[in-house]
Write a new protein. Structure first.
Length: 161
């Protein structure tokens, strides 16, 4: 089963390659090492990850077994997210768990790869694996795509500096 969606402009491409996965692809106009730092440096992630809203990085131990926790202060309230790093291979690959405080116990495993396109751009591919199809579909229906594209637009602004 595979569906694909892409909004206008620089939106990420989302597909559902299996009944439990969401795959996201996006190209950024920055070298791979710069994009890697934006994903792994607390000061930089605070500038883009929360859709551009105020983000407090409570914890970010970018190492195997390390814990991360972010608090987003959005117009609709405060949202907490956290997980553990399973794999950290600079500047190529991050594997981590992801859990939202609003739905404790629903954990996804996210694998993000950073591909050097050799022209100053980087292709970021994230695959989120859910425990059930229902959990995956709930994430898609819950506004994931819009929030992701808002965050990636904020990342574009950071990378352009």
């Amino acid at each position: 089963m595979s569906t694909s969606r892409q909004a206008r402009g620089r939106a990420a491409t989302l597909t559902t390659p299996t009944d439990r996965e969401i795959r996201v692809e996006r190209i950024f106009d920055a070298p791979r090492e710069r994009v890697w730092r934006a994903f792994t440096d607390p000061a930089q992630i605070a500038q883009w990850w929360g859709r551009g809203h105020k983000l407090v990085v409570e914890r970010m131990e970018v190492e195997r077994g390390g814990h991360w926790r972010y608090i987003e202060h959005a117009p609709d309230g405060v949202h907490g997210f956290e997980g553990r790093y399973r794999e950290v291979t600079p500047p190529e690959r991050l594997v981590q768990t992801f859990e939202w405080d609003g739905m404790p116990g629903y954990v996804e495993v996210t694998t993000t790869t950073f591909e050097d396109l050799r022209d100053g751009r980087t292709k970021v591919v994230t695959t989120a694996l859910f425990y059930t199809t229902e959990e995956r579909d709930g994430m898609l229906k819950g506004g994931m795509e819009g929030g992701l594209n808002e965050s990636y637009a904020a990342l574009d602004r950071l990378l352009a500096k």
